[in-house]
Design a protein around this ligand. Structure first.
Ligand code: X8Z
Ligand code: ZN
Length: 371
């Protein structure tokens, strides 16, 4: 796809979700205003970035307790994990178990020998989670510093999604050993994590049957998802809008920081705490993917694709009921079809891979809207 078409594609997809974001932003701002008062968070205008529960204000799920509707019968995954004394190994094994329940092979022994799962005590390392496909077939690994909380639960599934994809396409010719497009690679594990519903948590013993939130708690569960999934979209766009303009020479070094915050205000409607940031600061460099030259549009596309995968999987599983309660845990028939898409790697144009699993050739925000 030509670069200019890609930008239009992003605008089209963002247009499908923007009305939701504006409502979410407005609601969250009102709640923060109630909580902290006018002096900290005014009732109108942008939201102060440091109130959103995440260093980069990119996912807001951590303030669900402040802004969400009362979690009537809801649950706090971080608390459940800690109550049951999960450690890093149990968290990782739980991630793997979802994939094996779909009929995919367990991770190789070398994964467990060679991955870095905890922060080393004796040296400084980059803890931003990543997944690796080493040259020898089957030598896949992750590198992360696991803490026991809901964010890390999500991230373990995310990283293993990369590994399962890498392993599925390892028999392709070298040039095809990659995701159908960047967004696919980032969407696989997130799609799996969407299946970690309350019923699933019961299946794996994290939640008791009588703790499963009733349908009246859906609004809380969905709010929590919106805070992570919808809030993220304009963040992802701002990162690469900023970077594309830098690469095109439209943003000069002396304007790096000012432009960064202009774009963040434009797309996300957020503002730095304590007034404008100094022009000679370099706040974008605090984002791993900027400092490490990792494209970011992939995560935007992945937010859209993961809901397409999820809706298609639930349709294949013949799921009846609210989409957000669907889980394909243990469904080997869906798992097999899913793996067929993974095995294609990038041997076909990505619309072919998308069609193989979802039946459609277009990236489309409609699944996210349905959800
Ligand atoms: O960088 C990541 C993964 C590694 S590919 C942990 N993510 C983005 C981020 O943290 O900014 C996953 C979601 C978005
Ligand atoms: Zn990733």
């Amino acid at each position: 796809m030509p670069a200019a078409d890609m930008e239009h594609e992003v605008e089209r997809l963002w247009g499908q979700m923007q009305p939701f974001y504006e409502q979410l932003h407005c609601y969250v701002r009102a709640k923060l205003n109630q909580r902290y008062g006018n002096a900290v968070q005014p009732a109108t205008g942008p939201i102060r970035a440091d109130l959103l529960g995440n260093m980069w204000a990119q996912e807001w799920g951590n303030i669900a307790d402040i802004v969400g509707p009362p979690t009537r019968g809801g649950y706090d995954l971080t608390r459940l994990l800690n109550q049951q004394h999960y450690d890093y190994m149990r968290l990782a094994k739980t991630g793997e178990r979802f994939y094996t329940s779909l009929g995919l092979a367990p991770l190789p022994v070398t994964f467990w020998e060679r991955s870095q799962l905890v922060r080393p005590r004796d040296r400084d390392v980059v803890c931003h989670a990543s997944a690796w496909d080493l040259v020898n077939a089957n030598d896949v690994r992750i590198k992360m510093c696991i803490n026991i909380d809901a964010d890390n639960f999500q991230t373990v599934h995310h990283e293993m999604g990369h590994n399962y994809y890498q392993r599925a396409y390892q028999h392709q010719p070298f040039l095809f050993e990659d995701g159908a497009n960047d967004g696919f690679h980032e969407a696989i594990g997130d799609f799996i994590a969407l299946n970690t519903t309350p019923d699933y948590l019961v299946d794996i013993g994290l939640l008791q049957r009588n703790q499963v939130p009733g349908a009246d708690a859906d609004i809380s569960l969905l709010m929590r998802q919106a805070l992570d999934k919808i809030a993220f979209l304009p963040f992802a766009i701002s990162v690469d809008q900023w970077r594309w303009r830098v690469f095109r020479g439209q943003i000069q070094p002396e304007d790096y920081n000012t432009s960064w915050w202009q774009l963040r205000q434009h797309y996300q409607g957020i503002t730095p705490p304590g007034g404008p940031r100094p022009a000679d600061a370099f706040d974008p460099g605090a984002k791993y993917h900027v400092a490490n030259n990792v494209p970011y549009l992939r995560y935007f596309l992945a937010r859209v694709l993961q809901f397409q995968f999820y809706e298609a999987a639930c349709r294949q599983a013949n799921w009846q009921g609210a989409l957000n309660r669907c889980t394909i845990y243990g469904n080997t028939a869906v798992g097999q079809r899913f793996n067929q898409m993974l095995e294609m790697g990038r041997s076909h144009p990505w619309p072919d891979a998308l069609e193989a699993f979802t039946g459609t050739r277009q990236m489309d925000g409609t699944s996210m809207v349905h959800y």
